[in-house]
Design a protein around this ligand. Structure first.
Ligand SMILES: Cc1cc2nc3c(=O)[nH]c(=O)nc-3n(C[C@H](O)[C@H](O)[C@H](O)COP(=O)(O)OP(=O)(O)OC[C@H]3O[C@@H](n4cnc5c(N)ncnc54)[C@H](O)[C@@H]3O)c2cc1C
Ligand code: SF4
Ligand code: SF4
Length: 1005
């Protein structure tokens, strides 16, 4: 194959010192040139890593204009960037990255009658659609990454959604664009007729483009694929439409369409005017189960004739992965008939429900006629449909959660072929994978012939050679079937070399001429679409051959990640055998594939610090990247670096990512690991030591609570504590009590010799809110259980001190102390656990440590046994209720409504539902859940003066407004001690939340 590489990528960084200085003097926005920031912007969702010269986060258009002027003078390339979720490497480069997702994300104009909206480029698709919903409209290019993809990035990539068969790609839905060009000129691009009165620069541009279009008229017809899903090169076919679906209804030219799909190589898009569609009032979903993938692909073209709005494939691997995920299992099971090899999700949408139900019948009949009777599941319920779409959307990410160095690699993932060839294409490519010792998982947009597939390759070893060989064979098939080599994700670094292959030398030269017209100095995102590098240029890989993490002794056990995968069988080697010099920690960090889903703002916890800062540094992805750079020595020889500490500073250890991140990146655990390395090297400040050792000094504080509480009663003491220990003077601290639970007669009496339930009372419930523990004891006793309160074992070196989960130690990185506490707990409870008792707790962050951190502290089998027996108290009671064995006499309360705020760890471990279902047992009580992320308090985080502001902003996102809006007779329920504190503080003590167990105890008949 001939590869047109006419200009190598620029690796030197001209004048970056001067650039940074001049930018700082000229702009209002954030200018970031430090190594870690550049590192965080050196990756997108591709296999590449290219360090930018610097990063500008502009506060307004003037900032961008000033940056363009400076870059032009210094000859510095410019790279516009939104969510950075591209798969081909188009959002990385040796340039000044301009990230407009933080500030330039507004709606500029809206015309409901014309059904258009004008937006800034950093607006995220989901945010736009949430804004449009009340108007009954939406922007229908529904990409899988809708929670993080920006409209600017979507236009840059000519993105396509699952419903493109009904609505087209981005190019079909952009009406106009305002742009800033590298030469400093600005202009509006839109329909040809409207360009006549444009400024001279625009008219010259338009005339030049038209001349190229006319000159290449025949070549466009010869070389541009005639499928709808074609996104490579520049859209020169505006002048001679080739797509199955013309870009404009009448085939007329719209010059904004030249910017669509241009990957930031032509201009910076300042605003976009978009065509909107009415929100379909109704949708139905038919799910067809197929015995083979081939059959599913073979029959797709018949299904398309029924006029669906989407036909999406989910293959066997994806089905199995979804089945193995506790959240997705019930959803996928409900959609299957038997044990299929593949399913197609066939959606119909419209304004009336009845015809859509008829469509489902037609689908079932069609399938029957084609030899698959009874294989169609009809879904008319909107929630059930939404849940299944979530599984499909998460498909790629579930697949990416594969451990080991072999990862599914995106490089032929969006080839598009005409539907009549789909089955053969899939079949042949599957054989190609097998020939090269790998396999791929198939999914996505069957309706338009764009099937996603990523073979599993190990880029650290022979992956590059396999990639090249597979690409050669796949491209030959695409040519044979007259398809498009890129049908969705664009060119970037992985496919620019294929532009010449796809479009031929003449159109390649024409694309260079287009580039010349827009950007004669070649400053805009160089090396993409024209004049690119080779796809397998190892200098650009994130994990190049020879990639090696630092040798690291770890505090936690990461061996579960220290494995390798067999690319064909998908099986993993034994834990600890993966060859990671960082004992598996580096491989755990590598689980982040940069898809950017942690930038979402919808329901779910992840990621509270990003929700308030909108900084790449303070999102899970940014943290994982910082850790990856540090653990591979790219931030210097010292893993315990200040850059990592800063990136982790606002992580509230909510474990939201553990649950919401599609690949299960568990930043809370990684933060513990890092904190251990940090404190070993730098020690711990006094303030952190005081908090960490709280379980040790708590018994003393409880003996003299009036002294311990002086901080909140003595004038000036709070201010002093802020100065000395960094505790925010704006906070009250939890109040010490002398009437601790464990010292109470009730607790002493609860000592059944063979208990069914062991009540584990944490430090906070014992010393600060003993009424919660009393309530728990009352409920358990009322339900008739034999109860024992958990006590430290008599053989312990300090038998009087209560058991502790060690969380405060973990938070400070004092892992050895935490391990000691955990061991004490494991040993003390071992006999009761062995006898079959269930250990129940009240405080989510404490009890759930037994199920999480205890398992990576190297405590062996007994910790695993305890973990298997540890439940939140509501979880235990709800489970008993489900078994029909809960006898709890409950009566109505004076309050008729309860609003529940879930502690982050409850959500992370899926144990909030039991709280709700249990409270719903109380007669006449309506129980609703507040759609909230983290409350912002997060253990000691919110008490620290340095975090007070961020903490309150987190709470104000949704929790505090919901609490304030609730009527005064509504019960506010929160199981987390710090959540309750935050609610009290945030409402000026106007509202006090209670633990669910107290509500239940209050309702005991
Ligand atoms: C798991 C996963 C699933 C995906 N699913 C889909 C899918 O269903 N459909 C699909 O089409 N894509 C998909 N993608 C690819 C990607 O998410 C989309 O292309 C998305 O629209 C990119 O948006 P972004 O904000 O992240 O853009 P970025 O990656 O930040 O930028 C994309 C390109 O646009 C350019 N750009 C950004 N802003 C501007 C601007 N203001 N002016 C000029 N140029 C600009 C950039 O330079 C870059 O070349 C997927 C990616 C992943 C990781
Ligand atoms: S942390 Fe998870 S959600 Fe965020 S980019 Fe990485 S893999 Fe995606
Ligand atoms: S633990 Fe919470 S705050 Fe930290 S990265 Fe994960 S989601 Fe964000």
């Amino acid at each position: 194959m001939n590869v047109a590489v006419t200009q190598p990528l620029v690796f030197h960084r001209p004048g970056d010192g001067e650039l940074a200085q001049r930018l700082r003097a000229a702009v209002q926005g954030d200018v970031r040139f430090d190594r870690a920031s550049r590192g965080r912007y050196s990756t997108d969702a591709s296999i590449y890593q290219v360090e930018p010269i610097g990063v500008l986060i502009p506060k307004g258009h003037d900032d961008v204009r000033a940056a363009f002027d400076i870059c032009r003078e210094l000859g510095v390339p410019i790279l516009p960037r939104g969510g950075g979720s591209s798969q081909c490497g188009q959002s990385v480069g040796a340039a000044l990255v301009i990230d407009h997702s933080k500030y330039l994300n507004g709606v500029v104009a809206f015309d409901a009658d014309a059904r258009t909206v004008t937006v800034e480029p950093g607006l995220v698709l989901d945010a736009l659609n949430a804004w449009l919903r009340p108007h009954g409209l939406w922007f229908p290019v529904d990409v899988s990454t809708s929670a993080q993809a920006t409209l600017g990035g979507m236009a840059g990539n000519n993105s396509c959604g699952s419903r493109s068969i009904a609505y087209g790609n981005m190019v079909h839905n952009v009406v106009a664009a305002e742009a800033l060009f590298a030469d400093g000129s600005e202009g509006w691009l839109g329909p040809e007729g409207a360009m006549q009165h444009a400024p001279v620069r625009m008219r010259e541009l338009v005339a030049g483009l038209r001349a190229i279009g006319e000159r290449e008229h025949d070549e466009i017809a010869r070389r541009v694929p005639k499928v709808m899903r074609r996104v490579g090169g520049y859209n020169l076919d505006v002048f001679h439409p080739q797509s199955e679906r013309p870009y404009t209804p009448d085939g007329s030219v719209n010059y904004a369409h030249l910017l669509v799909g241009s990957e930031g190589t032509l201009a910076w898009t300042r605003t976009l005017t978009l065509k909107l569609a009415p929100l379909p009032k109704h949708r139905t979903l038919g799910v067809v189960s197929f015995p083979t993938l081939y059959r599913a692909m073979e029959l797709t073209r018949h299904i398309v004739e029924l006029g669906p709005s989407a036909v999406e494939l989910v293959d066997r691997t994806m089905i199995d992965l979804a089945r193995s995920n506790p959240t997705f299992r019930p959803v996928i099971e409900a959609a299957l008939v038997g044990d299929p090899d593949a399913i197609l999700l066939v959606e119909f949408s419209g304004d009336a429900a009845a015809p859509l139900i008829t469509k489902l019948d037609e689908l079932a009949t069609l399938m029957g006629d084609l030899g698959l009777p009874g294989q169609t599941v009809r879904m008319t319920d909107a929630l059930a449909q939404k849940a299944l779409w979530e599984v499909r959307k998460a498909g790629l990410n579930i697949m990416m959660s594969m451990k080991g160095d072999g990862k599914p690699v995106s490089f032929i993932e969006d080839c598009a072929v005409p539907l009549e060839h789909l089955a053969d294409y899939v079949d042949q490519l599957t054989q190609v994978f097998a020939k090269h010792g790998t396999r791929g998982t198939w999914y996505a947009h069957a309706s338009v012939g764009t099937l996603h597939v990523r073979p599993i390759l190990d880029m650290r070893r022979d992956g590059a050679a396999q990639m090249r060989a597979i690409a050669e064979e796949a491209s030959a098939m695409v040519r044979e079937y007259k398809g498009a080599y890129s049908g969705e994700h664009g060119d970037g670094l992985v496919r620019t070399e294929w532009v010449a292959w796809q479009f031929g030398p003449r159109l390649t030269r024409a694309f260079e001429a287009v580039k010349q017209l827009f950007d004669p100095d070649g400053l805009m995102n160089p090396g993409k679409i024209v004049r690119g590098t080779k796809m397998d240029d190892a200098r650009l890989f994130r994990y190049a051959p020879g990639y090696q993490p630092l040798r690291l002794d770890t505090a936690l056990d990461w061996s579960a990640w220290n494995v390798q995968v067999d690319p064909v069988a998908g099986t993993l080697t034994a834990p600890g055998s993966g060859g990671d010099p960082a004992q598996g920690f580096a491989k755990a960090v590598d689980m982040c594939n940069n898809n950017g889903h942690c930038r979402k703002f919808d329901a779910g916890t992840m990621c509270p610090s990003y929700r308030v800062t909108r900084d790449e540094e303070h999102v899970t992805r940014g943290r994982a990247n910082t850790l990856r750079l540090a653990v591979s020595g790219q931030l210097g020889p010292d893993f315990a670096s200040a850059a990592v500490r800063e990136a982790l500073a606002l992580c509230v250890s909510c474990k939201g990512c553990r649950r919401d991140c599609p690949t299960g990146v568990d930043m809370a655990k990684m933060k513990i690991e890092f904190a251990w390395h940090w404190q070993k090297k730098h020690g711990l400040p006094l303030a952190d030591r005081i908090v960490a050792h709280l379980p040790r000094w708590a018994p003393w504080a409880a003996r003299v609570p009036w002294i311990a509480n002086l901080r909140d009663t003595l004038p000036g003491a709070a201010r002093l504590s802020e100065r000395i220990a960094g505790l925010s003077a704006q906070r009250r601290l939890p109040r010490w009590r002398s009437d601790t639970f464990l010292a109470s007669a009730a607790a002493r009496a609860a000592c059944d010799a063979s208990p069914e339930v062991v009540l584990l009372v944490d430090t906070f419930s014992n010393y600060h809110e003993p009424e919660n523990a009393h309530a728990a004891l009352r409920v358990l006793t009322a339900a008739g259980y034999r109860v024992a309160v958990a006590r430290a074992s008599r053989t312990d070196e300090a038998p009087a001190r209560p058991l502790c989960c060690g969380r405060t130690y973990l938070a400070s990185g004092l892992v050895d102390e935490a391990r000691r506490e955990a061991r004490r707990m494991v040993e003390a409870l071992a006999p009761q656990v062995a006898a079959g008792a269930t250990v129940v707790g009240l405080e989510p962050s404490c009890l759930l440590s037994l199920r999480d951190e205890f398992l990576v502290l190297g405590l062996g089998e007994s910790a695993a046994r305890l973990s298997a027996h540890a439940l939140m108290i509501e979880e235990f009671l709800a489970r008993e209720h489900a078994k029909g064995s809960l006898r709890l006499p409950l009566q109505a309360l004076p309050q008729r409504k309860a609003l529940v705020h879930g502690h982050c760890h409850q959500k992370a471990f899926d144990v909030l539902n039991p709280v709700v279902s249990l409270l719903r047992l109380i007669p006449q009580l309506q129980v609703d859940v507040i759609e909230s992320s983290c409350c912002g308090m997060a253990g000691s985080f919110g008490y620290q003066a340095a975090h007070y502001d961020v903490s309150m902003r987190m709470a104000e996102l949704s929790l505090l407004p919901a609490v304030r809006n609730a009527d005064t007779d509504v019960l506010i329920v929160a199981d987390g001690t710090s959540c309750r504190h935050q609610i009290s503080d945030g409402t000026g003590a106007q509202r006090e939340a209670v633990h669910a167990i107290r509500v239940l105890a209050g309702a005991l008949a």
